[in-house]
Structure formats: structure tokens, C-alpha cells
Design a protein around this ligand. Sequence first.
Ligand SMILES: N[C@@H](CCC(=O)N[C@@H](CS)C(=O)NCC(=O)O)C(=O)O
Length: 252
Amino acid sequence: MTFTLYNAPQSTCSQRVRFVLNAKGLPFEEIKLDLLAGDQLKPEYLALNPNGVVPTLDHDGAIVIDSSVIIEYLDEVAPDRERFTPQDPVKRAHMRALMRFIDEMPAAAVRVPTFNLAFLPRFAAMSEEEFLAFAESKPLRKEFMLAMGRTGFPQKEMDAALQRLRRTYERMDAEIEKSGGPWLLGREVSLADIALMPAIVRMADLDQATAWQDLPRVQHWYDAVCRHPAFQPTYYPGSLLTERFPHLRTRA
Ligand SMILES: N[C@@H](CCC(=O)N[C@@H](CS)C(=O)NCC(=O)O)C(=O)O
């Protein structure tokens, strides 16, 4: 089996897929796209992924898109090494329900603090025309970019995103308590944990970890994620925003 992953070092969706490939010990060729330069909007990439986003997986010529779909796909085609999907159908359904929740809540909400705290200086440096053309070119995120504008999301939007993330930490806490932990579904790490990981790592990278300091189960989960053998190869140098954006380092 040969795998080629089109992705970006700091992309949270890409980090899910790298984690699964690394945890399973599957060798893969990594093609890095520069998202701020617009590599994801070039015609040759849009032919692979018409959404104009990363990641995209090429498995022996079969193209699979969307990080949640890709990690489920990898667990199906390479179940041997480490398996992240429970055998029991009820547990499996619970895992999938959590994955839907994660895509709708933290994975979407984390874009607001990411853009406001990290990417904004890039957009503020563009002219209004450049910014509008940049937003127009995005098949999936045009309205998101226009809502943000060159000055960033208003405080109301930022507060709403942080509240959605806070409700996620509370939901994690409740799930871990119910399952007995340390993972969301109990003793075994599952695709739900992997889907959630990059949003939580991102919030820690943005110096926002105090938001779950009253929830020790969530902190233990985060520590377990960071200790997992697939964590370091996934978060290779250049994968964190603090490594790329000096203004974040001075804040932290
Ligand atoms: N649902 C998609 C979302 C992918 C996505 O939003 N990717 C972001 C990086 S995490 C991206 O490529 N953004 C580029 C852009 O917005 O132009 C998935 O999970 O694969």
C-alpha cells in the first residue's frame, strides 16, 4: 500500500490524519501545501479535492477527502497495527456520534480564535481588494472569510466560539467520567479522541489551556494525548502556530 498525504504542518485536520498514519506505522509521502499562499486553490489540487482544503489522501491512486472520513478509511484498510474503532456496534455508534459533535462544535469553533489570534496580521497587511479576491477564491470558506474581514471577528463572535469550546471541555469531562477514562470511550484510544486532539492542542498552543484547568479529567486526557508515541512524529517542528507566528510567542 502506498499513501500520499496532501496536507499542511499546522492544519488541525491534517494533524488527525498524520496521527493515525504514524500510530499505525504506515509509511507515507507527505506533500506540504502552503495554505496562506493558496496552494490548496490551484487547479491541479482542486481536481483532487474540490473543497479546496487539506487534507487529501491518495491511497494507491484512490483519492479520499475530509479528515474524519480519511481516518475512518485508514482504520478500515489498515486495521492490523493499532485499531481505533471499537468492535461493539453500540460503542462504534457512540464514537461516530462524538465525531459528528467534534466536527460541528470544537473543530469549527477553533477557527475563530485561530484566525483572530494568529492569522490576522497576515490579512490586515492585505489591501481590501486583495482580501476580497482571496475570500472569493475559497470554495468552502468564502463566507467565513468575509464574516471575519481584515479586522477579525468581533468580540461577540470570539466569545461565542470560546463558549462553544468551553462546552466541549465540559462534554469531554462528562464522557470521560462516564467511560471511566482515560480516553473518551474508556481504556482504548479511539478515532473520537484523535478527531478531538488537534483542537485541544491548538487551544493550548494559543495559550488558552486555563479554560479547562478546573477539569482535571480533561487535563489528564490532554497529557495522555501528548504522551502517545504518535504525538511527536505528528507534531514535528513547524506544526505549532507559536513556531510560525512570532507575535504568539511574545504573548505566551
Ligand atoms: N471538513 C474538512 C475541513 C478541512 C479544512 O478546513 N482544512 C483547512 C485546514 S485545517 C484548510 O485547508 N483551510 C484552507 C482554506 O480555508 O483555504 C476536513 O476535515 O478535512
